[in-house]
Design a protein around this ligand. Structure first.
Ligand code: GYE
Length: 321
């Protein structure tokens, strides 16, 4: 009897050791990642989308991809679909900040971990997601503001009026880019945001809203244009051209798309704060580390820089977006 038990034990050990030896890449192949993308509103977004999809696939994950084309309700349905499919992990690049708690609670109940990328969600419930991977939008607004304060440091002008072109409402980059900028320029009492419009991060919407502002005379005393992304800056420049208004403004933009860097080089804009879209590698590595049971930090920051007419423009690396 004793002998039989020993033989059985040896067989079990042998079999389980065999399972343990399977190739980790093969195991990963079985894992499905639901990737919910916000939209396709900008070239920045297209680069970020490509980077995440490619890097996840490079690591042999199956990607179940949904693009909600800037429709917040659609995006919530997309995530619910991932939960119904019982994917192994969800990567969520949200459109808006609000309304995610109940859906992420469902993911939690279903034991599906969630990684938030790029824009953040509004919640105090840190237990609803693994981590957030993206830029510090407040730092980006701060860098934009710092350029403006430095630019006017030696000028004797007693009022400096800023026209702000905001991104979509209820999104973390819009809120935090504004806050970072306002906080930084607030140190110079001469600088005030006197006009503000929303361009939804989209070139055409910004062009329309900016044209209306021109027609209503809102541009009359403006010194600085601060735009929350490059697409909207391009829209504002389109509107100026259509109205045959000379571009005499100090222009500060965010993202650092190729087209905007070219405009910086030709002297048509003054400062471009980078928002680095190439977060795919960080995302895929974090997913892998999670499945390897490593500890994941609460926040993972993508590193960004700033380009302006104060730097050597010849050294800017070629842009791929
Ligand atoms: O700046 C903009 C995009 O969420 C940070 O969304 C992102 C912003 C980016 O459409 O171009």
């Amino acid at each position: 009897m004793k002998k039989r038990i020993i033989i059985l034990f040896v067989i079990i050990c042998f079999l389980t050791a065999g399972c343990g030896k399977s190739d980790p890449a093969e195991k990963q192949q079985e894992l499905t990642i639901g990737f919910s993308q916000a939209g396709t509103e900008s070239n920045w977004r297209k680069a970020q989308n490509k980077s995440i999809n490619e890097e996840l696939k490079k690591k042999n994950y199956q990607v179940m991809y949904r693009n909600s084309f800037s429709d917040p309700k659609q995006q919530m349905q997309d995530v619910m679909t991932f939960i119904a499919y019982q994917v192994d992990l969800i990567v969520l690049s949200p459109i808006e900040e609000n309304g995610w708690e109940s859906i992420l609670e469902e993911a939690k109940q279903a034991k599906i971990p969630v990684i938030i990328v790029d824009r953040n969600i509004a919640t105090n419930r840190k237990d609803l997601y693994l981590t957030h991977i993206g830029s510090s939008f407040k730092a980006q607004g701060g860098r934009a503001g710092l350029y403006v304060t430095n630019h006017y440091q030696k000028e004797e002008q007693d009022t400096i009026n800023v026209f702000e072109i905001k991104g979509s409402e209820h999104t973390s980059p819009t809120r935090l880019r504004h806050d970072g900028f306002a906080e930084t320029v607030g140190r110079d009492p001469r600088i005030k945001i006197t006009q503000s419009i929303t361009g939804d991060f989209i070139r055409l919407k910004s062009k329309e809203a900016f044209s209306k502002a021109i027609d209503e005379g809102q541009l009359n005393d403006i010194d600085v244009l601060f735009s929350h992304n490059d697409e909207m800056t391009l829209g504002a420049l389109d509107a100026l051209k259509d109205h045959q208004i000379e571009n005499k403004f100090v222009i500060v933009s965010i993202d650092a798309q190729k087209e905007m860097i070219d405009l910086l080089k030709s002297g048509q804009v003054n400062c471009v704060v980078e928002c680095n879209p190439f977060m795919g590698n960080l995302v895929a590595t974090t997913v892998k580390r999670y499945f390897e049971k490593a500890t994941i930090p609460e926040d993972i920051y993508v590193s960004d820089t700033v380009f302006s007419d104060q730097n050597d423009l010849g050294t800017i690396p070629p842009r791929n977006y």
